[in-house]
Design a protein around this ligand. Structure first.
Ligand SMILES: Cc1ncc(COP(=O)(O)O)c(C=O)c1O
Length: 378
């Protein structure tokens, strides 16, 4: 065991950052590198047709997970690109209708930054705050919509604290006000049921590597009926993806994304109860009295300068012990960050000050059975 790395001594609780590829996803992807390697846009030979069939199958699989039609799925390189295409694409296409966009201060940078860019180009952006529980205030959203509003972009599940916004209510409000609704569902797809019809979603961003698929593959759902959403493409070229996203398709990544979505659809319910049970068990162990003492000890050793008094814990709100525990897990000497304690802007925006980011995964990537995996955080 001479090859010990920093990974051996730490546990990974950062499946919001990325997940390992499910071996069944990898298995479907492998032939696309060497056997079915054609360009899906090659219309005049069998290699191209074969690749196109694989892409079509993946489109169908994603559409089934989201309850849309396969024609409404546009492949991208991941959620960052999907968000950029949705937000800038709508802003540019509907500029004559209005120049106002609404988003939330706790969005991922892949939403915040395109909105900031548009603001610098003359669009008006409303940055909605969140309440202490991390949720938006629906009345505030309703009051913010004006006759110049063209887009509301609000994430489904937050990547830092996991809070789930009232998507169905937001969708309904946007329909009533005739405003397009985009949701960055990167952290929700495959984890909770999503139905773009029932939820009134017009655009939805997906990323494969958050649901046991490969990195560098994603999709954007773009509604085609009631209303038909039109986008200005952000990449000019061969006119792939119905002109909305040019560039040779990443067939391997797309196959992986499709398979990951298919597995999620089949296993979401079981996986969700399994992970909830593991989470609850872990949480109850951590909150048992002797573990509390250990957490407290670890906490005080790690952060001697910070008070560990009861009042501090009360300030951390309902999940005080849990918060402390995760902090203790994160606070450790690490080569690049002497004390790997990072502040969370999401928690600060919610009126709290600590980083809590945790997520369990069902696969450890090497062992062919389900278990809770925890790998190092960077
Ligand atoms: C909520 C959210 N949106 C967007 C992204 C960016 O996704 P991608 O890595 O596919 O570009 C992430 C990734 O961390 C995310 O958590």
């Amino acid at each position: 065991m001479g090859n010990k790395t920093a990974k051996d001594s730490v546990i990974y609780m950062d499946n919001h950052a990325t997940t390992p590829i499910d071996p069944r996803v990898l298995e479907e992807m492998l032939p696309t590198f060497t056997v079915t390697f054609g360009n899906a846009a090659s219309r005049n030979h069998a290699y191209g047709w074969e690749a196109e069939d694989l892409v079509d199958q993946a489109r169908d699989r994603i559409a089934r997970l989201l309850n849309c039609t396969s024609k409404e799925i546009i492949f991208t390189s991941g959620a960052t690109e999907s968000n950029n295409l949705a937000i800038k694409g709508v802003a540019q296409m509907y500029r004559e209708k209005g120049n106002h966009i609404i988003t939330v201060v706790t969005e991922h940078k892949a939403v915040l930054d395109p909105c900031k860019r548009l603001e610098s180009e003359g669009f008006e952006v409303t940055w909605l705050p969140v309440r202490r529980d991390g949720l938006i205030d629906m009345n505030q959203l309703a009051d913010s919509i004006t006759d110049k509003t063209i887009l509301v972009s609000i994430m489904t599940a937050n990547n830092e604290i996991g809070v789930i916004q009232p998507i169905e209510q937001i969708g309904r409000l946007c329909k009533e006000k005739d405003v397009l609704f985009h949701t960055d569902a990167t952290q929700a797809v495959g984890k909770i049921p999503l139905n773009v019809e029932a939820m009134g979603i017009d655009l939805l961003s997906v990323s494969a590597h958050k649901l046991y698929g490969p990195k560098g593959a994603g999709a954007l759902y773009v509604r085609r009926r009631k209303p038909r959403v039109r986008l200005t493409c952000q990449m000019d070229g061969g006119g792939h993806e119905r002109g909305m996203r040019s560039g040779t398709l990443n067939v391997s990544g797309i196959v992986g994304l499709g398979k990951a979505c298919d597995l999620a659809r089949e296993e979401m319910q079981e996986e969700s109860s399994h992970l909830s049970a593991l989470r609850d068990r872990l949480q109850s162990r951590f909150t048992s009295s002797w573990m509390r003492s250990i957490s407290m000890a670890a906490w005080s050793i790690a952060c001697p300068a910070i008070s560990t008094s009861a009042s501090l814990m009360l300030k951390v709100n309902r999940c005080s012990w849990e918060s402390m525990m995760w902090l203790c897990l994160q606070v450790r000497p690490a080569p690049r960050h002497p004390w790997n304690l990072l502040m969370s802007f999401v928690l600060s925006e919610s009126g709290m000050n600590w980083r809590i980011r945790r997520s369990a995964s069902g696969w450890d990537g090497s062992i062919q059975r389900k278990k809770l995996t925890m790998w190092p955080t960077r």
